[in-house]
Write a protein of this length. Structure first.
Length: 182
């Protein structure tokens, strides 16, 4: 176990994001700064930068308070469009989660920058049942971390690259993937 200080962002599954949301009573949402800078997103809307207090490190425009029902709609959209939940921590108190970014491969700096900012891996890692996997490659498109490689016939999993977002679980047509403790 590393004793280094945690990074600003970490990865989690949608289920974990729901648990984080359930631990709060107040919510604000703003435009995603990455999507604002890059223009329209091919996966989702722009209004989904979730915050648990009014002032955080998030810098997108259009900040407004929202109800929990609106937050649940954001979680649903994120799951349906295969976004990666990346909660962010308080700059000073790393044990406090201030909000959640919902990241995609076409807009978000973490996936598009040549040198992405550091991000902690989640507490889960994928486990693929080789008996159920048909090597269709469906999961590769949605593994923004490049932990799943498909050569047109064979799927290879590079476990060290898995950040634990669980998007592969949602897209697998055979139900061959689940998330287990890292």
């Amino acid at each position: 176990m590393s004793t280094s200080e945690p990074n600003f962002h970490f990865v989690c599954t949608i289920a974990e994001a729901r648990e984080i949301v359930d631990g709060h009573d107040l919510y604000w949402v703003s435009n995603c700064e990455c999507r604002e800078e890059r223009g329209s997103c091919k996966r989702s809307g722009i209004f989904l930068c979730l915050q648990f207090k009014e002032k955080t490190a998030a810098t997108g425009t259009g900040l407004r308070p929202v109800s929990k029902d609106e937050v649940l709609k954001i979680l649903k959209e994120s799951e349906e469009t295969h976004l990666v939940p990346r909660p962010f921590r308080d700059n000073d108190i790393k044990t406090v989660t201030e909000g959640i970014c919902f990241c995609c491969d076409c807009c978000c700096d973490f996936f598009t920058d040549d040198v992405p900012s550091p991000c902690d891996k989640g507490v889960y890692i994928e486990r693929t049942d080789e008996e159920l996997c048909t090597h269709c490659g469906e999961c590769e498109e949605f593994c923004f971390f490049k932990a799943r490689e498909w050569d047109g016939e064979e799927l290879t999993v590079v476990a060290d690259e898995c950040y634990g977002c669980g998007v592969c679980v949602d897209v697998c047509p055979e139900g061959a993937i689940d998330m287990v403790g890292r």
